[in-house]
Design a protein. Structure first.
Length: 64
């Protein structure tokens, strides 16, 4: 089990996913977010959460 993400991280991640093309690769997502966040920690948390959502999305589409 992992750490629980704050609502700020979840809300920001979902808003950013609407406008940008993210993948299920953490490193690529981190590069996309490089100019957006001032803090490395926040950037990494958002990139990690987006990666998790994308992997979950692809798993659901694979089942259908």
């Amino acid at each position: 089990m992992g750490r629980i993400k704050t609502s700020f991280i979840k809300r920001t991640s979902k808003e950013l996913m609407k406008g940008n093309e993210f993948t299920d690769d953490f490193e690529k997502n981190k590069k996309i977010l490089n100019g957006i966040s001032e803090s490395k920690r926040i950037r990494n948390m958002i990139a990690g959460y987006i990666t998790r959502l994308k992997k979950k999305q692809s798993k659901i589409y694979k089942l259908k």
